[in-house]
Design a protein around this ligand. Structure first.
Ligand code: V47
Ligand code: SF4
Length: 379
């Protein structure tokens, strides 16, 4: 079954459509960049059928029917964290570390060894910011993983973890990244970005690296030849202008470096955290956001729906609204979202299952590596 959004021509033939939306549709068709004001207008006035049809058009121009995934697993070294993000359901303070976990280097290496002989291509390492797990500790872990499994792409550490590690080691961002890169780190995940606007950060994550610091770490990584991802935590207290401001800063950053692999909107989940009173966004809002991200971020080729957070059904639906990547098989190795109340309590998909999600909506599954080189087309 193919999921069809109404055709763009059909939608544009609606005589009562706001003329500003028609202008935006023309610009998108001519591959012209949208302004911030147009982005906000899409959030305010763009119905799902309108933004969805436009976004599906753009995704099809860029990728045809292809939808990417990879075979990956995560290592979460610890959930002990010095920071106090109010949306986080996962972290534990150092003084309560007996309630959390702190993996040793050997325990992390054992997690990698579990995949000996298996066709995984990426390990994703991300966790809390532990006051005692420092740069030297992580350089050693990375070097051990690299030595054991040289073919595995090592993607690790959010800008939040890196900022803390480098400051503690009294190193510049460049020198800190060079040390990790020399140990074998190859790219950075996109976490920690949340919403860049300082007034939102002050409410939801007051004490961690700010927008300028996040962007500096990513742009420095790009200059050193590493690729990175970018995220946005949405659906809490932010408004439409702040979403667009976030994406606009990322778009400008991508113009400078071209180092971002993909954009990953992360839906706020409200289970077991200090923002549980904030309702979660609806599926329609989720799909509208994916579609608008696809239209606004004209220099990000890849838009990822991270299914452990969104749930596999919504992730599948998002493939009709501009998304072209479903992340990976995961193998039940992350707790961040299950602890925040996601419907995916033990996130794991076999290659067959992820392919089935994709083919069921008339798309073609393509296994990729971290850098979006195509490994297998499941025609
Ligand atoms: O920065 C934490 C988010 C991020 C909640 O680069 C929450 O491929 C929703 O960045 N509700 C870390 N989100 C995870 C991350 C990531 C995940 C998957 C793929 C990639 C990639 C990166 O998780 C944090 C924060 O934005 N997060 N708590 C919550 N309650
Ligand atoms: Fe720590 Fe990350 Fe949770 Fe913030 S989101 S408290 S930095 S683990």
């Amino acid at each position: 079954m193919t999921v069809h959004t109404p055709s763009l021509d059909f939608i544009l033939s609606n005589k009562s459509l706001d003329s500003r939306l028609i202008q935006i549709a023309e610009k998108v068709r001519q591959q012209q960049r949208l302004t911030d004001e147009e982005g906000v207008l899409l959030f305010e006035k763009g119905e799902l059928s309108f933004v969805g049809a436009l976004a599906a058009d753009v995704a099809s121009r860029l990728h045809g029917k292809k939808v990417y995934f990879n075979r990956n697993f995560h290592i979460e070294p610890t959930n002990v964290c010095v920071f106090t993000c109010n949306f986080c359901s996962y972290s534990r303070k150092y003084k309560h570390r007996d309630e959390g976990w702190e993996l040793t280097q050997n325990e992390m290496l054992d997690l990698v060894k579990k995949y000996d002989g298996q066709a995984v291509t990426e390990v994703h390492i991300v966790g809390g910011v532990h006051p005692k797990m420092n740069l030297e500790f992580f350089c050693e872990v990375i070097a051990k993983i690299r030595a054991h499994r040289p073919d595995l792409h090592i993607k690790g550490f959010t800008a939040v973890e890196l900022d803390y590690m480098f400051r503690k080691a009294k190193l510049s961002v460049e020198d800190g990244l060079k040390a990790l890169q020399a140990a074998g780190l190859q790219s950075l995940p996109g976490g920690g970005a949340e919403i860049f606007a300082p007034e939102v950060r002050a409410e939801i994550c007051p004490d961690k690296v700010d927008a300028a610091g996040w962007l500096e770490i990513h742009e420095t990584a790009h200059r050193l030849g590493m690729h990175t991802n970018a995220t946005m935590l949405y659906g809490h207290i932010e408004n439409y202008a702040q979403r667009i401001d976030h994406m606009s800063r990322l778009r400008s950053s991508q113009d400078k470096t071209e180092g971002y692999n993909c954009f990953i909107p992360l839906k706020f989940r409200n289970g077991n955290n200090d923002m549980s009173q904030v309702p979660e966004s609806t599926v329609v809002e989720d799909m509208r956001l994916y579609a608008i991200a696809r239209l606004f971020l004209d220099n990000f080729r890849n838009l990822k729906a991270y299914w452990p957070m969104l749930g596999r059904n919504s992730a599948q639906l998002s493939l009709a609204f501009g998304v072209n990547d479903l992340d990976g098989t995961i193998d039940d190795t992350t707790k961040i979202y299950s602890m925040a109340g996601s419907e995916e309590q033990s996130p794991s998909l076999s290659t067959e299952q992820i392919c089935e999600l994709i083919t069921a909506v008339g798309k073609v599954p393509v296994e990729r590596d971290t850098l979006y080189n195509e490994l297998n087309v499941f025609a």
